[in-house]
Design a protein. Structure first.
Length: 164
């Protein structure tokens, strides 16, 4: 009888301690879900600060491009290609530049680059020119163009006819 009583007492002491040490899986899963939902509820503080730093003119011009711009105008913005331009068109109208963060594929980094582009006055995006090398990989000189070949062949036929 003593053994049963000792076992029950020790079990009643140990079980609350065990419950305190091991976390409840349901609570941690719901807490993680709540954290992820709160992170996606709105724009980050950094993005909000960037959007507020725009002047009225920069803000208006950016909203014009976002709300009324064609594909070419939107693709002039950094990191906006054809797919993102289509997503931006689908999400129109925008009341504030911060609404751009609701578009799929545009995060804080892309938003920051677009805001920096607007602050710089929407400079033209220039792509580096592709130049062809003058020599081949082996270092040999490049062949003369066809027009130069024609001129030399014409001179050769003229000189051959003069000799006759």
């Amino acid at each position: 009888m003593k053994r049963i009583l000792i076992a029950l007492i020790s079990l009643s002491i140990v079980s609350p301690l065990y419950a305190a040490v091991t976390p409840n899986k349901k609570k941690t899963a719901s807490a993680a879900k709540a954290k992820s939902e709160s992170a996606t509820d709105g724009p980050s503080i950094k993005s909000q600060a960037l959007a507020k730093a725009l002047t009225a003119g920069q803000r208006g011009e950016l909203l014009d491009i976002l709300n009324k711009g064609d594909d070419k105008a939107m693709q002039s913005l950094p990191d906006i290609g054809g797919t993102r331009a289509a997503a931006v068109k689908k999400a129109r109208p925008f009341a504030d530049p911060i609404d751009l963060l609701k578009v799929e594929g545009i995060g804080d980094v892309t938003f920051g680059e677009i805001i920096a582009h607007a602050k710089a006055g929407f400079p033209a995006v220039t792509k580096p020119a592709v130049t062809k090398p003058k020599t081949t990989l082996s270092g040999a000189k490049k062949k003369a163009p066809d027009s130069a070949k024609k001129k030399t062949s014409e001179k050769a036929t003229e000189s051959a006819t003069k000799k006759k």
